[in-house]
Design a protein around this ligand. Structure first.
Ligand code: DMJ
Length: 562
């Protein structure tokens, strides 16, 4: 855990194993030898006899001693015993009695409680030092502002509700009611605001039935609409929600592909709730356009699209990572949201997964780990962003909804690789980007370049672990998630409250805190961990809800879209 002040960081470096501290071992060895020589022959024989006896005794009793030792090394057992006693008195969950019994059975209690503890700790930091601001800076005990919309607070609303943190939720609701306003002269990013704020408000409305959240969602949705007034109908990246104006980034007229194709679940839901069709019309238009656009390669899409021409730009580079990732995720999820009736979405998804298999999936030389690389003008690059770890979960969700069984085989293999991206690091945390070895003669499968060693508390791996556990019930996925939570606690937790992104997952002595807690740590990472450890399969059932790309659950529609 990170200590509170700079002074304490210095004390961490004192334990550096490479430090040249004075060592008098040699002198000690010499004087022992001199004393041994001074003993009589009888004394020496006696001592040797006693040592031999001790050795024989030690060898005989080794199996039982080692058993005892192994028993002592099992912290999970003692943790679960102590927690089951206290929880029955202190827990204040909002689920029904029957649900509550199910959630807290089968020894999952300690893990669920550990995630709630982590959430409370993160929330404490946010409340103490960043209340109502976008992000906590836990080391400097201050805050960072991105759009000035209380991003962390809104991203975390439904997580608190799901975890049954009533008091925390009530405080946050009060802030939304009294302080949250969208009538301010500020440029916001359309995608980020949609997935975090609009998505967060809509899901909280569904979970609570509280009109306040729907009213706020409507207000925000209507203020984001100017982004779609472009010659091509491909939206601009930025909107001023106070002035009602929109524009692309200063340096280009392009928008990022993932950004314009991963706002659909939220806008479509807003139309369904308000009975105002304009929201779904603008986002459906984008999907139709991209569906028939030239420049794809076996369903894989370039990373940029021009807001004037409506054409792909920077063609020839294909990735499942940054700038393209959630395009693929939302193809499948829109199809599920709309009751599996929109054939073009399914067609594009299935074609894309075949494209992924054909062009991007490879195995490492040393350990045969399956991974998804990148393609740049027909050259394969064995590079994979941590962001790509959403894919096992998405593939598994597709199979659960009737898509080809062999997608699950790929999901299982990729899940193992994402797990290894954590396991093979000294801190047990994945870097932002890894490269894989293709040669069998290379020593290791995973290579991390110095610029890629950071960890931003991202959710994608625990997100996929959640899906994989729900669909397979294989407890190894829970164990992997548990290890990740321990690593977050060991290397990113800041003692006075909050968790921080770190600079170097390969340096457990000084991982280099970045002084930033991303809002998705509360909105996604901790939520997925909680759902992973919950035994209650009806808690946000995947047959009733679809999670947006920021982990905000929205209902699967009871009837197909009009
Ligand atoms: C989140 O905002 C979303 O999950 C998005 O799709 C990708 N980036 C972050 C989390 O890593």
């Amino acid at each position: 855990m990170y200590p509170p002040s700079r002074k304490d960081f210095i004390s961490l470096t004192l334990s550096d194993p490479h430090s040249h501290a004075y060592n008098n071992g040699k002198h000690r060895r010499q004087s022992c030898w001199r004393k041994w020589k001074q003993l009589s022959r009888l004394q020496r024989s006696l001592i040797l006899f006693l040592l031999a006896l001790l050795l024989i005794f030690g060898l005989l009793s080794y199996p039982s001693l080692s058993e005892q030792w192994r028993g002592k090394q099992c912290p999970k057992l003692s943790l679960s015993l102590s927690h089951t006693h206290t929880l029955s008195h202190t827990h204040t969950h909002t689920h029904t009695g029957r649900d509550r019994d199910r959630v807290f059975s089968a020894g999952a209690v300690d893990r669920l409680e550990a995630v709630r503890d982590a959430f409370r700790h993160a929330w404490k930091g946010y409340k103490d030092y960043a209340w109502g601001h976008d992000e906590l800076k836990p080391i400097s005990k201050s805050f960072g502002e991105w759009f000035g919309l209380g991003l962390t607070l809104i991203d975390a609303l439904d997580t608190m509700w799901i975890m049954g943190l009533k008091e925390e939720f009530a405080d946050a609701r009060n802030w939304v009611e009294k302080q949250l306003t969208f009538s301010k002269n500020v440029d916001v990013n359309l995608f980020e605001t949609t997935i975090r704020v609009l998505g967060g408000l809509l899901s909280t409305y569904h979970l609570t039935g509280d009109q306040l959240f729907l009213e706020k969602a409507k207000d925000l949705g209507s203020r984001l609409m100017p982004a779609f007034k472009t010659p091509s109908k491909i939206p601009f990246s930025d909107v001023n929600i106070g002035k009602g104006t929109a524009h692309p980034p200063r340096w280009t007229a392009d928008s990022t592909l993932a950004e314009v194709t991963s706002i659909q679940l939220e806008f479509r839901e807003l139309s369904r709730l308000t009975q105002e069709p304009q929201y779904q019309e603008v986002v459906n238009e984008i999907m139709k356009l991209v569906h028939k656009l030239p420049g794809k390669q076996d369903g894989l899409v370039p990373m940029f699209i021009n807001t004037n021409s409506g054409q792909f730009t920077h063609k020839g580079t294909f990735t499942l990572g940054a700038r393209a990732d959630s395009y693929y995720e939302y193809l499948l999820k829109q199809w599920i949201q709309g009751g599996k009736t929109e054939d073009e979405l399914l067609e594009d998804y299935l074609q894309a997964i075949e494209g992924v298999r054909k062009h991007l999936v490879r195995q490492t030389g040393p350990g045969r780990l399956t991974f998804v690389g990148e393609l740049s003008h027909n050259r394969f690059n064995p590079k994979m962003d941590h962001l790509v770890c959403f894919l096992p979960g998405t593939l598994a969700l597709g199979v659960h909804n009737g898509l080809p069984r062999d997608h699950m085989d790929l999901a299982v293999e990729l899940m193992e690789t994402c797990h290894q991206m954590y396991k093979q690091m000294e801190t047990g945390l994945s870097p932002e980007i890894v490269h894989f070895s293709l040669q069998a003669s290379d020593g290791r499968d995973v290579i991390v370049k110095p610029a890629d060693r950071h960890n931003l508390l991202r959710p994608e791996t625990v997100e996929s672990l959640f899906y994989m556990y729900r669909f397979t019930k294989d407890t190894k996925y829970r164990d992997w998630g548990w290890d990740i939570l321990q690593s977050f606690n060991n290397y990113t937790k800041v003692s006075d409250g909050g968790y921080t992104s770190i600079n170097n997952v390969r340096d457990p002595v000084n991982p280099g805190p970045r002084d930033k807690m991303e809002s998705f740590f509360l909105g996604e990472t901790l939520k997925y961990l909680y759902l992973l450890f919950s035994d209650d399969m009806e808690l946000l059932s995947l047959d009733k809800y679809i999670f947006n790309t920021e982990a905000h659950p929205l209902p699967i529609w009871p009837s197909p879209p009009k």
